[in-house]
Write a protein that binds this ligand. Sequence first.
Ligand code: ASP
Length: 419
Amino acid sequence: MTFSRRDFVKTSVLGAVAAGVGAHSAIPEALAETGQQGHASLADSPKHPIILSANNGYAYVEAAYAFLKGGGDTLDAAIRVVKGPEDDPKDDSVGLGGLPNEEGVVELDACCMHGPTRRAGSVGGVRNIKNVSMVAKAVMEHTGHVMLVGEGAERFAVAMGHARENLLTERSRKIWLLWKESNSDRDWWGPGTADPHWHPPAPESKPQAGVWQERIEHLQQSAADLGIEPEFQLAAVRRVLFPPSGTIHCSALNEKGEMSGITTTSGLAFKLPGRCGDSPIIGAGCYTDQDVGSAGATGAGEENIKVAGAHTIVENMRHGMSPQEAGTDALKRIVRNYNGDMTKLRYMDMTYYILRKDGAYAGVCLWEGYSAGHPHKFAVHDGTLRSEPATPLLKGYSQDWPPMPVVPEDLRKDSEYLK
Ligand code: ASP
């Protein structure tokens, strides 16, 4: 007779129950050990439902809040927020119209946690399907797995009724092409020497400001040649010089104290094919524990994975920290990973969105923003919808990657992305 692992588990549990040891009898002790009953605030229910979102979800929070208030599920409410940017071809950080990988292919990541049922779902590196937030939820609801990636995730999404579509909008394709053509003067992309406008790279000795000026003018001309609308050309140049990232996280809490979280993204622009950041990683891009709270992240995915940011924050709250303290501690872990070396830390940024079970919330960030007048913000609704600035750990502004000696202020100011 063969005896599978599943049979073994079943038999052990039944054996324990029959012996009066019941698997459940161990639970109260386990709860006590993890401190889940320790803090009065964690036992409290919120006074109102609350939705906390990255600021690019602002326009969708009001409707999601009405849905939540009307008794809608917390994860469904959060998905209503993030689906907005996923469907919006002009938001080039998420879903349809997201900036593609280095080969010009849009690859999306998402993960979610449903507090009331303590379940999770995640997808990574998904092509051709725009609403990966819903696919992550479907993994949670329709499979025995937690995470699907790549082609398997795409096939699963189609099986769940999602339409395959080309996610690369004309605008994002042109930005990618501009990046590709200007990326290097050592490959065959971009007009060659036969082009009347071709000229050899500027000599090294030229003053820095002149090199910038020339480079920007050249890129703007190429953007025009590629048919990018005049009012978007400078923003396109900016995306090429400093490949952006962008994401949306949303956590929702109802009056009963139930909560859920979701994070969805197209990840880092022009990334290597197959790269997954923190957004599909349960515990990094998103983490929800029904006993404690929910947290999510936008920013440097590689750094956030190394500190398991969202999970660290929820655990910190479990042990008594306020949302702000919990988030600040996670940010300090990122700083610690670089031994506080500001010459490196200035090239990364991170924002955490934190919601505790009793309704206390915070937004914290590594740097104040990308430039003066553009602080990191988050959207919150607890009966009134508003945008609030996140609290920075470090004074000053992050610098773009790749490192450049001087970033002209003009270029910093431009860009819808920063608004
Ligand atoms: N965290 C995302 C990623 O690394 C990008 C972002 O939030 O800006 O893919």
